[in-house]
Design a protein around this ligand. Sequence first.
Ligand code: FMN
Length: 394
Amino acid sequence: MPPVITSIDDLHAIYRRRVPKMFYDYCQSGSWTEQTYRENETDFAEIRLRQRVAVDMEGRSLKTTMVGREVTMPVALAPVGLTGMQHADGEILAAQAAEDFGVPFTLSTMSICSIEDVARKTNAPFWFQLYVMRDEEFVDNLISRAEAAGCDALVITLDLQILGQRHKDLKNGLSAPPKMTPATIANLATKIGWGMEMMGTPRRKFGNIVGHAKGVTDVSSLTSWTAEQFDPRLDWGKIRKLRDKWKGKVILKGILDAEDARLALDMGADAIVVSNHGGRQLDGALSSIRVLPDIVEAVGDKIEVHMDGGIRSGQDVLKAVALGARATYIGRAFIYGLGAMGRRGVTQALEVIRKELDTTMALCGEKDIHDVGPHVTLVPKGFRGEWERPAPNS
Ligand SMILES: Cc1cc2nc3c(=O)[nH]c(=O)nc-3n(C[C@H](O)[C@H](O)[C@H](O)COP(=O)(O)O)c2cc1C
């Protein structure tokens, strides 16, 4: 009997049993004390929903658009590095599940399956997430490859030029493929299903990098690659140049401050993603849902505002949309599904969220996702926080 999946938690429990500790910990961590990582989730719980009754709820629709693309619900799959280590061929399987479901898939620069691999195995265009590297030729090459593969949006991640420390990754010696230490071997011995599938695929290294980047000494270690290759000098001037290079839509990811949102708008971006990288970078930063209303207030009428961080249910998606997000992304929620049961698990994760979103919207008295606004929520007084703010740009 296949397990009955009724929530993202169910997928999480199976995922935890199935996937090697090194990759589970990689997904399940935030930086340093993990305050921001935790608050991404717990702040959603502070917002309550308004129950409305005696409202005709037939003919509901969750359909909307994200940067011009029609989506069956306001949820895309976020870029997640090493997805192909959570399950063999993980990026291909997740992209196929997203395509079938009618939501966008975003391929990370730090994926295991390459841009070309994913393009060969899918029909719908996917989005490509770019990390800006020191090696400009390599970045130009990545952009050209994404264009050739038919990617219709470039998601430029702005919040990871240097890496926030995740203690467990250092202790586990995170690498792709895993290095065979006694601890890793002992753990892998308990993950037979994962191992068998991994033996059946040739894709076990960083597919966008190996064979494409020059002079890289250690590709297997994410930490050392990031320190060596990511461009710490990335600034708005460079972002503008990238914007001008890319012919399709540009989404700037990692905005957490209204001032930066205005700067992103000036760059001519098509959308921004309010994000703190799932609590993996600046520990002590506010949760995404808490800063969302400020950013929507600053730029929401001029640019699409997307958000991610802490979404584990359709109720969370509804709250984000109610507070002004055009759409959302899920990171860990789809990884749990993928690690638990491959492509089917990603579909299950999307299906769980769709059902929760649809039913919850109806119980709030709305039939169309476009009509969902602040009126469906009860936000505690002071939710945005009464912070002593420094003067702009000081
Ligand atoms: C394991 C893991 C790897 C990630 N890798 C990337 C990445 O390669 N590029 C990127 O822009 N964001 C990356 N992110 C951040 C996600 O795109 C997204 O912002 C975050 O997962 C949203 O929070 P959630 O996991 O709570 O949904 C990663 C997140 C996780 C959990």
